[in-house]
Design a protein around this ligand. Structure first.
Ligand code: IDP
Ligand code: MG
Length: 146
């Protein structure tokens, strides 16, 4: 399987509860590398633009309000099969249906406030990474040089 990059977001409910460290730990423990990261507070307009794919859905107004309600941690996860691996670590959209041990099962509050976002495929990953990061925001793995 090829090395991939995917976009992860630790959503406002999880940042507010002090879960950044716990969640990033899950990714690193699964062998994913954090290739870029920043803390942001989205405007409502930015949240609407990011979730434009869902603009016809009934949950769009609530989702965009929630995603702009407080700071988020956006990161780029890199590794073999990173897109699907991240989706597995996150669990199903609805925390009540997510598998035991997944981030959403453990820390999601409900189907909206579900702690994390992860890209769902290669095209969305590329679009979502470019939404938040410019190429110079990405960093290579320097482990062998330190
Ligand atoms: P995903 O985040 O698992 O990919 P999507 O269907 O892409 O799920 O939905 C994007 C986000 O919209 C979800 O993570 C969640 O925050 C919110 N959402 C999805 N379905 C519902 C719903 O039925 N009610 C309220 N919010 C929802
Ligand atoms: Mg999605």
């Amino acid at each position: 399987m090829a090395s991939e990059r995917t976009l992860s977001i630790i959503k406002p409910d999880a940042v507010a509860r002090g879960l950044i460290g716990e969640i990033l730990r899950r990714f690193e423990a699964a062998g994913l590398r954090i290739a870029g990261a920043k803390l942001l507070h989205l405007s409502l307009e930015q949240a609407r633009a990011f979730y434009a794919v869902h603009k016809e859905r009934p949950f769009y107004p609530g989702l965009t309000e929630y995603m702009s309600a407080g700071p988020i941690l956006v990161s780029i996860l890199e590794g073999e099969g990173a897109i699907m691996k991240n989706r597995e670590i996150m669990g199903a959209t609805d925390p009540a249906k997510a598998a035991p041990g997944t981030i959403r099962r453990e820390w999601g509050r409900d189907v909206e406030k579900n702690a994390v976002h992860g890209s769902d495929g290669p095209e969305t990953a590329a679009w979502e990474i470019a939404f938040f990061f410019k190429p110079s925001d990405l960093h290579g793995n320097l482990k062998s040089e330190i």
